[in-house]
Design a protein around this ligand. Sequence first.
Ligand SMILES: Nc1nc2c(ncn2[C@@H]2O[C@H](COP(=O)(O)OP(=O)(O)OP(=O)(O)O)[C@@H](O)[C@H]2O)c(=O)[nH]1
Ligand SMILES: [Mg+2]
Length: 232
Amino acid sequence: MDGGSGCVTKKYKLVLFGDAAVGKTSLVLQFVKGNFSNEPQEATIGVAFQSKIVCLQDSTVKFEIWDTAGSARYQGLAPMYYRGADAAIVVFDITNEDSFTKAKTWICTLQTQVKKSIILALAGNKSDLKYHKSVDRQKIQEFVEENDLVFMETSAKSGNNVTNMFLSIATKLVAQEKEKKALEDQASSSGHNTTSTTNTTTSAAVAADTLVDDNEVDGMSDGCCCCCCILL
Ligand SMILES: Nc1nc2c(ncn2[C@@H]2O[C@H](COP(=O)(O)OP(=O)(O)OP(=O)(O)O)[C@@H](O)[C@H]2O)c(=O)[nH]1
Ligand SMILES: [Mg+2]
């Protein structure tokens, strides 16, 4: 599919996990719709689905976003959502140590249960609460390095780093795809490497229109599909 930029759109399944009330739904809504509600939010029941198209410099990525419930009662459903995932964002609340502990467990589960190529990102959300006690930055940094994660402190409230987080993931997914294609080309050629290795560009461009609502998922009444391209 052409996302309006003249290049082929590649679909990727992205899932969000993390403790209850860390801001998963708020991050998704900030990314997809560009808004944040100060009203108390209803906890997600089961899962919510959204989608959004991001146009990078030479490719277009459609994120199919599965926003899971943090409540323990839905944890049994998790494998249904992480199965086949191309990327995951594990969210914790930067002011809540327990939510960081839970995030580490999620990362470990995803590393062992999902395909090796999955892009794993960690979001330390609620960075706007700067006067609150924060999870030790050193501990976060060590964990991020040990596990080779994309990490950003985000704020669904202010919007800080929300788009950046998704764009970093999109960029990595595209780079990974190019690398895979280059290796395949190399393998199928007679030993001559005609494809250069991936250039991990971070340039992106945005179109603004909402595309067809392709909320093809059963029972997902919240489905939404938007198109966004941003010049970094
Ligand atoms: N200050 C601040 N509050 C936030 C931020 N993100 C979310 N919140 C608030 O945190 C509460 C929980 O947000 P949700 O987005 O519903 O959290 P969730 O992780 O989806 O929760 P579950 O669906 O129960 O798993 C809400 O009251 C939000 O307004 C943020 O970046 N900063
Ligand atoms: Mg939620």
